[in-house]
Design a binder for this molecule. Sequence first.
Ligand code: NI
Length: 226
Amino acid sequence: MLIVIDGLLADAEVNEWRSRLEAAEWLDGRGTGGTLSAAVKSNLQLADTSELAINLGNTIVQKLGVHPLFLSAALPEKIYPPKFNCYRNGGAYGAHVDSAIMVMPNKQSLRTDISATLFLSDPNSYDGGELEIETAFGAQAVKLNAGDLVLYPSSSLHRVTPVTRGQRVASFIWIQSMVPDEAERALLFDLDQSIQSLISEKPADDPTLLRLTSVYHNLLRRYAKV
Ligand code: NI
């Protein structure tokens, strides 16, 4: 399940972030990631400990934490502090799967159920840099407007194609979901979205709506691992 969240950041905000990020000190991204993925990775990253990464990352987590579509799709349990990367001069990240378990800066472990990319560069300002995600229906190329975010299963094979003009700045985020199973999460998401659209049409005490809401919560009770 690929879910796009449009406009997590407003235009003015994303422009301001971009100028701060462009002035930041970028390090070779091969310092992070597994040994296997380092071999196919050619990009730059902000140090996780940099004040800029921490501040912007906190803002992203706060915005996600109150975003109804994100909460419905991800059912987040833990969010890894967002990281920032930059691809330029042919930089790319070959096909890889994200590591299953990450250790967060606070030393807690996080199981990566969902990966997210928040695009921060204007897509017309660079060539290449598509996030290609293997799905059951073939590879899907994702290149979004600045401020938009895509959620995809961390278990999927994915790559970033070479950036041959300009630069692609993005944030990437890992999420441990309360519902680890992708198919179960997708069912809950569809049900929740249907309930949300019925809520706008039906009175709050509508018995069908009440029954569907009860089904949602009882399925969540079965599927959630908390
Ligand atoms: Ni990845």
